[in-house]
Design a protein around this ligand. Structure first.
Ligand SMILES: [Zn+2]
Length: 492
């Protein structure tokens, strides 16, 4: 566990370069919030920092600096009610990209022009230069939040993309593509050298070819089982070097899997049922599983390379990863999030434990998998099975979209993660849901719900919390709910 002394030790090196004028709050725990550039632009930097400190004793900013997505950048997404702060309008021209200054000299052989990734949303504003020194003066740390969400209209980006089962470029970046890896390492080097930051977090909300083919995630029911990859030259070469010589067998297996998924979703029950037929496929084509594993191993290589690069420049930087919410729904995806493996390439993990939107997302996952592998089961029975294997006690399929998951879910997930990380230096920072969008009539965040989730995370031994997804969608009263929990825990 990170005690106060360790916390000060990790911050001291970063703070040495500039004057630290205030002691960090949090009693040794990391209290973080995700925030994008637009909030500082709309509300004023000092004012936003005041709100963070006063309402929720925030001591660490997770500043969204590289993304083309509106999950962590931009204002409230259209169709959702605007919160009670910030400019009362939706983004008119959200673009995304790098919200810092692009220092092109750090990017080599990236296939795309690094300058093209500069976010044009706020003119010449460099949000890191704007926020970081002001945060530091208050004793707040700044971790840059970057994610694997791209625009595919960037010139040259096709050279970095995955190639699917049928040779088409997929709207996903290949983890084995040297241009892509060079870009990520360039970004890390740029941030580490150009700014006096405390750390970096990157996230990729994806799974390998098997997870993608099955759509085994929340919102996955409409996935295209033929658009799986990656079968680019780099992936194939690497696989051959690892002894996987029969790439054609991999493709054949995935084409069979594609037929199974399409027929299952069309309600065509195989003679021996969905579950047996799925396992028959896996046993006939173990290459299907090997290819899924190959993708996750490649992702962990990317993690390790990014962390090594950052720490080769500034050894005190904390580098870690956002772990996708699917970790809470899919046992297959969870099996890949082995904390013993992740501890080798991570200083911290932001493990998503969004309780409120978790209800409709869990139901959505069940909708998806009962369309394929669990087609033999009624939805409630599939959910009961899932609760058992994931060790949850939550409400029924019909209820959870309208109630969300409970604080007990956060407790169990945080406890599991802390136990799995025991014996390593890995820090567990659960991601806490504050006003993450849900369907119109479905469960919404409340101050009490936020408070209970934060209490549950710390009761389970978490080393910190990250209030998510972005300040620009949070209601102030719900943010204060987190603060109430911290006061009760004497962390504020
Ligand atoms: Zn590839």
């Amino acid at each position: 566990m990170l005690n106060r002394r360790d916390f000060l030790k990790t911050t001291a090196a970063g703070a040495a370069a500039t004057e630290l004028t205030a002691a960090p709050t949090g009693g040794g725990k990391m209290i973080g919030i995700q925030v994008g550039a637009v909030s500082f632009v709309d509300e004023g930097t000092e004012k936003v920092l005041d709100i963070f400190q006063e309402r929720a004793a925030i001591n660490t900013l997770f500043l969204a600096t590289f993304t083309y997505g509106r999950g962590i950048a931009g204002r409230q997404v259209p169709g959702q009610p605007l919160p009670d702060h910030g400019k009362q309008e939706y983004d008119l021209d959200f673009h995304g990209g790098n919200y810092g200054t692009v220092h092109a000299q750090y990017y080599k052989d990236t296939g795309i022009k690094p300058e093209d990734t500069r976010a044009p949303d706020h003119g010449s504003l460099d949000i890191i230069a704007e926020v970081l020194p002001r945060a530091k003066k208050r004793g707040m740390r700044t971790i840059l939040w970057t994610e694997d969400v791209w625009r595919y209209d960037l010139p040259g980006i096709d050279k970095l993309q995955e190639v699917d089962l049928y040779g088409r470029r997929a709207r996903r970046m290949c983890m084995n593509n040297p241009f892509h890896r060079n870009f990520l390492l360039g970004l890390v080097e740029d941030y580490a050298r150009s700014y006096d930051i405390d750390g970096l977090m990157w996230g990729s909300e994806r799974h390998g070819a098997l997870g993608t083919a099955l759509g085994a995630s929340h919102g996955g029911g409409g996935s295209n089982p033929g658009a799986v990859g990656c079968f680019c030259e780099f992936c194939e070469k690497k696989a051959r070097q690892q002894g996987m010589v029969r790439i054609e067998r991999v493709k054949e297996g995935y084409r069979e899997l594609e037929r199974f998924v399409r027929a299952s979703r069309a309600g065509q029950r195989p003679t021996d049922g969905y579950y047996v037929t799925f396992w028959r496929l896996l046993m006939r084509y173990p290459e299907i599983l090997a290819w899924e594993q190959f993708w996750h191993d490649s992702l962990r290589e990317v993690y390790a390379a990014m962390r090594d690069k950052a720490r080769s420049i500034k050894p005190q930087l904390q580098v870690g990863w956002h772990i996708w919410h699917n970790n809470s729904f899919s046992p297959w995806y969870r099996a890949q999030q082995d904390l013993k493996e992740l501890a080798k390439c991570s200083d911290f993990l932001k493990m998503v434990m969004y309780h409120n939107c978790g209800g409709e997302r869990m139901a959505s996952y069940i909708d998806s998998v009962t369309g394929t592998v669990y087609g033999d089961l009624p939805k409630q029975e599939a959910l009961d099975f899932n609760y058992r294997v994931l060790n949850y006690r939550e409400r029924g399929y019909e209820q959870i979209p309208f109630t969300g998951l409970s604080a007990d879910y956060v407790f169990r997930e945080a406890k599991r993660a802390v136990q799995a990380a025991a014996g390593s230096n890995l820090l567990i920072w659960p991601g806490i849901d504050i006003d993450i969008p849900t369907g119109k009539s479905q469960s919404k965040s409340t101050p009490q719900g936020t408070k209970d989730a934060v209490l549950a995370a710390f009761k389970a031994g978490a080393h910190g919390v990250i209030l998510s997804r972005k300040y620009s969608e949070m209601k102030l009263a719900n943010l204060s709910g987190a603060g109430e929990a911290l006061r009760e825990l004497k962390l504020a």
